[in-house]
Design a protein around this ligand. Structure first.
Ligand SMILES: O=C(O)CCC(=O)C(=O)O
Length: 264
C-alpha cells in the first residue's frame, strides 16, 4: 500500500476555512508535456489518439488518477482508505479569450444535507463529498481566468445567496494566479464560478471529480476501452457505488448461495 504524506495541519486548516486549496507547480514540464499534447489532440485531432486516450482520464492523463499530491488530500478529506474513494467524472476545460464561454456563473455554496454536496467536520476530521481536483496545465493570471470562490461559503447558513454577492466586483470572491502544472482542489459545496478567460495562452485544465464510494453525482460515461486500458490500481477508482465490504469472501459466498437457491 502506498504511504502518503498527510496534509499538514496548516493545509487542513486552510482547506476547512476556505473550501479550496492551491498547490503551485506540482507537475514538472516533462510531466505536463505528454498530458498537454493529449489535451490539444482531444481538441484538434481526436481520431489520431488511441481509443483509450480519446476518453478522459485514459492515455497520458491516467497518471493523474492517483497522483500522490491529490491522494494525500483526498485521504484527509474524503476517506483514509483508497477503496472508499471513487473518480466519477473527468473533463477538459479549454478556454480562450472571447471564446463565447458562459463565463461568470456562480453556483453551489451553503450547508447541505444532500450527501453529494455534504461537507462536514466531525471528531477532528473533515468528511467531504464531491471534490473537484483541477490540474492547470497552463499558467493562470490572477483575476483573469481560472475558477473563483467565495471562501468559507461551503459552511454558510443563510439561503438563498444574496444576489448582490454573486457580482464579480462584490468583494467576496477569491481568485488565484499559478504557474503551469499547479493543482487546485475544492469542495463542490463552496460557491464557485468559472471566470471569463482574459489572457493569451488558453486555459488547459483537467477537472477530475472524486467522491466517497457510497455516493455518486455524475452519470458514468467512461468507455470500456478506456477502463480496460487502466492498471488494476487505477480501475478501482471507477468501482460502482457500494461499500467495498461486499467484495469480501463472506459476501461472495452469500451471493453464490443465493444464486444456487434461486436456481432450485
Ligand atoms: O470552469 C470553471 O472554472 C469552474 C467549473 C465549475 O463550475 C465546476 O467544476 O463546478
Amino acid at each position: 500500500m502506498t504511504e502518503y504524506t498527510p496534509m499538514t495541519e496548516e493545509e487542513r486548516f486552510l482547506f476547512d476555512l476556505k473550501g479550496y486549496i492551491l498547490f503551485p507547480a506540482v507537475l514538472s514540464e516533462d510531466e505536463i508535456a505528454p498530458i498537454k499534447e493529449q489535451c490539444v489532440k482531444l481538441r484538434t485531432d481526436r481520431e489520431s489518439l488511441p481509443t483509450e486516450a480519446q476518453c478522459l482520464p485514459g492515455g497520458a492523463a491516467s497518471v493523474l488518477i492517483d497522483h500522490p499530491a491529490i491522494m494525500r488530500v483526498l485521504h484527509s478529506i474524503i476517506d483514509d482508505e483508497t477503496e472508499k474513494i471513487r473518480l466519477e467524472g473527468c473533463f477538459l476545460s479549454w478556454r480562450e479569450r472571447n471564446d463565447g464561454h458562459k463565463g461568470w456563473t456562480p453556483h453551489a455554496g451553503g450547508k447541505s444535507v444532500n450527501p453529494n454536496y455534504s461537507y462536514q467536520y466531525h471528531n477532528g476530521r473533515i468528511h467531504a463529498g464531491m471534490t473537484r481536483v483541477v490540474w492547470e496545465l497552463n499558467g493562470v493570471e490572477q483575476d483573469r481566468g481560472g475558477t473563483a470562490f467565495i471562501p468559507g461559503s461551503h459552511k454558510s447558513n443563510f439561503r438563498p445567496f444574496p444576489e448582490c454577492f454573486d457580482a464579480r466586483d462584490s468583494g467576496v470572491w477569491d481568485t488565484y494566479g499559478c504557474p503551469p502544472g499547479s493543482l487546485l482542489i475544492f469542495s463542490e459545496a463552496v460557491r464557485h464560478t468559472a471566470c471569463p478567460w482574459e489572457q493569451d495562452d488558453p486555459r488547459c485544465a483537467l477537472f477530475f471529480c472524486y467522491n466517497h464510494i457510497n455516493v455518486r453525482h455524475h452519470k458514468p460515461d467512461f468507455t470500456d476501452e478506456m477502463l480496460g486500458s487502466l492498471s488494476e490500481a487505477h480501475r478501482r477508482f471507477f468501482n460502482d457505488v457500494y461499500h467495498p465490504q461486499f467484495d469480501g469472501e463472506k459476501w461472495r459466498k452469500r451471493r453464490e448461495g443465493n444464486k444456487q437457491k434461486a436456481a432450485v
